[in-house]
Design a protein around this ligand. Sequence first.
Ligand code: FAD
Length: 548
Amino acid sequence: MSSTNGGASATDVDVLIVGAGITGIYQLHRAREEGFSALLLEAGDGVGGCWFWNRYPGCRFDSESYTYGYLFSEELFDEWEWSEHFAGQPETERYLNHVVDKFDLRRDMHFGVRVTGALYDEANGTWVVTTDDDNETRCRFLIAATGVLSVPYTPDIEGRESFRGVQHHTGLWPEEPVDFRGKRVAIVGTSSSGVQVLPTILPDVASVTVYQRTANWCTPLNNRPITDEEQAELRAGFEQLRETLNTSRSGFAHPVNAKNAFDDSPEARQAFYTELWNSPGFMKLTYNYQDLLFNEQANREWCDFIAGKIRELVHDPATAEKLIPTDHGFGGKRPPFVIGYFEAFNDPKVSLVDLRETPMVRVTETGIETQGESGEELREFDIIVWATGFDFGTGALNRMGIIGRDGRALTEHWADGPTTFLGLQTRGFPNLFFPGGPHAAAGNNPRYNGDLVDIVTDTLVYATEHGFDVIEVSADSEERWTRMVDKGAAATTFGTIGQYVGSNIPGKPRRYLLNTGGRLKLFEIRADVVANDYKAYEMSKGPDRRSL
Ligand SMILES: Cc1cc2nc3c(=O)[nH]c(=O)nc-3n(C[C@H](O)[C@H](O)[C@H](O)COP(=O)(O)OP(=O)(O)OC[C@H]3O[C@@H](n4cnc5c(N)ncnc54)[C@H](O)[C@@H]3O)c2cc1C
């Protein structure tokens, strides 16, 4: 199925995909499967997206490995054996390379090219995409699978460039391993990445200082190897697992809890919290009492339980208190899952600096200066690890130089934060799709982003089969979806501080960046779109076909 046609508006490809992460790879596969000519451009030198860039020590899943991998091919599921329930970064990168080779996708991928401009050619209904190697590609449909966590953020601290030691952001970690042996190390940031780095490098370093701005509700990942019996069970249960993952609210295969916290007695609740503490990864959120995020008292009790655990695990009471969050409940920020994080603070090599008590002043040639009660204090380091997060949701799209109808820039259109339909399209930018961008859902990412890729692909097929070349979301559809997201944002307690609302980036508009309706709302509205014969979109014929 090719929409590429001759004449002045001839395109180089039907579909141009940006990003070779788990979303873009699947998008390329689906586009090719449907007979579109397709090309994928990726800024990195290899496959993997976040699993290509985040090579920092300790980087691993907190989705169960076999629920994160693709489900579109049973053969692929059968032949790939994950070693652990929560695999490390190298394994995931290998997996994604395996997928690309197995489905012969590499021949349509170009690496080491960054898209720097995308101009909508209104007369022809096509996109002209420019890259940093001065090439230009004309496509009918532009699909930005550019990721929500693909633009690392490092705070603009005075003197950062003057540091003479080694410094890296976790999200831009070099391929060549960093040698931590005998080094004095600073880790700045204690969200999901920083908490993975600390225990991993601890055996090697001379000392490590952790700079914490916000304490997080960390709970154990509870990782372990996948046994042969489990592997066999996974294979035998593939159809059931696929069904569960393709329909569950969270995209995880965890059981659902229909109880409210105070349905249980105090003793039963404590026993349940212990069960949760010992459960794998995100089950502490997905299998928790169903009113966890709506009932402040329920949330507080679970937090008190975790705080008790922190006090047990961390021997120094003052350090333990600093590691207990005081400004948000569980789920208020994305909760990290850890292996030996709290225990690491019992090692005399580890110290904790609370940046709320002693703010960072500057980076010097030799270390980091903070403002203490009795003046500025310098700690010297050989290595600084910036685990300071990402410009979530809109970061990559806003840096792609996207210009839509009437010369309007996406950055201008989204000056107050994103407006979308299904988290996939925005009005004024026809034929542009962004699966896995803003207004996508929290949860097991590949499942939700896979839904989005399927929706995009089915929409392209529908349009092409009906002779339409231009797909634009109607003003009403966009308005209704965005209103649903914003309304949900006012009611939720999930992710209300930090990256999901943009508050980690100075100057970024404070706007909720996830689909607050979740996956089930996506299914509902999508079904409505199909039932109403795609009236949510304004579809039209391109100029070449208008005269046919
Ligand atoms: C350390 C870490 C751990 C994570 N763990 C989990 C987990 O366990 N479970 C989970 O569900 N989610 C996890 N996530 C979230 C993660 O973002 C998604 O799981 C997944 O990577 C999203 O895939 P993606 O393909 O949409 O985006 P990405 O993997 O981010 O890929 C986007 C790609 O687009 C490329 N790109 C962006 N802009 C341009 C441009 N202008 N030109 C060319 N290329 C461009 C980037 O280089 C990147 O390679 C994690 C994220 C991080 C950072």
